[in-house]
Design a binder for this molecule. Sequence first.
Ligand code: ADP
Length: 389
Amino acid sequence: MQTSPEKSLQLGPALRIGVLGGGQLGRMMIQSAMDFDVRVEVMDPSAEAPCRHFTHRFVQGDLNDENAVFEFGQNLDVITIEIEHVSVPGLRRLEKQGVRVIPKPDHLDLIQDKGTQKAFFEAHHIPTSPFELIETSAEAGKRGYPIVQKLRRGGYDGKGVQILKSEADRTQRAFDAPCVLEAAVDINKELSVIVARNAAGHSACFPVVESVFNPVANLVDYLIAPADISASIEHQAQALAVRVAEAMNFEGLLAVELFLDQSGELLVNELAPRTHNSGHHTIEANRTSQFEQHLRAVLNLELGSTAATHPFGAMVNLVGSASAMGTPVYRGLTESMAAPGIHPHLYGKSQVKPFRKMGHVTITADSRAEAIDQVMLLREQLAVDGLSD
Ligand code: ADP
């Protein structure tokens, strides 16, 4: 039976929260939800999803199937996501039935399409790199080279994003689909700000995080917080994240990915309306983790303090080695834990593949130099290989 929105905010086992997506983000959310003693139910297309054995109800289903999403969410009090590629029509139907849906379907609709995101930034005077929307690969050369081409829909973790450097690149590998064509930014730093905003319009930002990329895997190599930027840039980045959340009238947790360019200007790259890779260190390094904060925002509770509990937090992704296949073997991990402030998080994936995200390690440290030294040591020590059957 549906409860009223007020009643549904009471923590305890009567509160039923549905999560679309059962990967590592959902799994870490469940760890926080256990402290609230709420009932978490999960839907994911994979029978092997990392949340599979840690949920009150697991439904294997297609997240983009309107009816499957609708059926999963019926009778839940609240529904949220750990991945943005889900059926918006299904969520709209649930909302009409009185299920509290956070993030709101309109926000998911906006964010699922990189083209509408960019148009939103432009309409609200939110700084972003100049862009144009195109329909086919033939148009990908119209702004000259180098140029960044992004699939409007369906990309993730750098897949669906490429830099075209020449006409030869365009003819050989331009995406032949609706895309955003955007000016290549001369990036000084890649930053992110995770901001939570509740229904009362209160918002809270985590300290700015700096991401360092691995160009081969096109995945975050490591990240560190607070970012090595001036206090003025830090305030501007956080103010920009709040401005974006307010312009959207956003409710929930919003990761705002930013570029700091070589001239010192901040540009919004893209948004994720959920917990984010750049917030994993908050589990150990901040008073409230991004996962608890997400739940607080979803349940319309008071937001928690985002203050750091250690001077520095860093995070290294554990990704499959270049040729790893089979059952994962985490080489060097137990040895690495002898150092202070090293916290492993394995995601429970049964099979490793090249560059697949298998876990992460958080580092808490007293200085930036100590944090980076530990990162470098971990990068030498750790490897995720596969044992083939
Ligand atoms: P995804 O959604 O797949 O993570 P992003 O839009 O974040 O895609 O792009 C992935 C990476 O590509 C960014 O982190 C950045 O390194 C690079 N990139 C994206 N847009 C630009 C741009 N306009 N100029 C330069 N590099 C970019």
